[in-house]
Write a protein that binds this ligand. Structure first.
Ligand SMILES: O=C(O)[C@@H](CO)OP(=O)(O)O
Length: 248
């Protein structure tokens, strides 16, 4: 049996301000730091240990990993960072307030942008100052590989090759893996692992900073998954993420 632990980053400044974030590189709030530390404490207390960690190239995930590993006295562990684990690109919505968008476009439209499988938010103009195409961390990518918007299907399409070629391969080679990523890059992975339908994925929300443990068979098919710690608190936190797309 294989075990995989996934953690969504702790609360970020734009989670707190209820703004669409995507590839914007905002940091953790003090609450986010505490959530990351609590995740590390919990993993240690429950006897989890790792050989290899994966995260995105965005600091809210990188710093969550740092704080969690520090609590586990595992700051020395190897870390692989990949843009493929970045949050889903939120296009022209990046930086805008979610409740304002609900007031302007309605709850149903915002739910489609936030959670549908194949409808992307409006695209960023490549000339928009928010466009990441000139960012040095993506210099090795072709410009068209740096998205201007993404639906979950697009995120699945760039997360899966990394899962197959790097994470799954490392797990099969016996490495105990921790992945710290983002709400929608984790939803992309979970859609694949649990074979969730396009309609059911709309209701799936990932809470900040709570370790999600997957137990998988020899073919890396999930046997079961659970949130570590207080299951009801995890459910409440996931419901709070869902309500970020309401007007108040
Ligand atoms: O804004 C974002 O990038 C994501 C995660 O914070 O938000 P949502 O939960 O609306 O997909």
């Amino acid at each position: 049996m294989y075990q995989l632990v996934l953690i969504r980053h702790g609360e970020s400044t734009w989670n707190l301000e209820n703004r669409f974030t995507g590839w914007t590189d905002v940091d953790l709030t003090p609450t986010g730091v505490s959530q990351a530390m609590a995740a590390g404490k919990l993993l240690k207390a429950e006897g989890f240990d790792f050989d290899l960690c994966y995260t995105s190239v965005l600091k809210r995930a990188i710093h969550t990993l740092w704080y969690a590993l520090d609590e586990m006295d595992r700051a020395w562990l190897p870390v692989v960072k990949s843009w493929r684990l970045n949050e889903r690109h939120y296009g022209a919505l990046q930086g805008l307030n979610k409740a304002d968008m609900v007031r302007q476009y309605g709850e149903e439209q915002v739910l489609i942008w936030r959670r549908s499988y194949d409808t992307p938010p409006p695209a960023l103009d490549p000339a928009d100052a928010r466009c990441e195409r000139g960012d040095p961390r993506y210099a090795k990518l072709k410009p068209e590989e740096v998205p201007l918007t993404e639906c979950l299907k697009d995120t699945v399409a760039r997360v899966l090759p990394f899962w197959e070629e790097s994470i799954a391969r490392a797990m099969k080679a016996g490495q105990r893996v921790l992945v710290v990523a983002h709400g929608n890059s984790i939803r992309a992975l979970v859609t694949h692992l649990d074979n969730i339908s396009d309609s059911d994925i709309v209701g799936l929300n990932i809470p900040n900073g709570i370790p999600l443990v997957y137990e998988l068979d020899a073919e890396l098919r999930p046997l079961r998954h659970y949130y570590l710690g207080d299951a009801e608190a995890a459910e409440r936190a996931a419901a709070a993420v869902a309500s970020q797309g309401k007007s108040c």
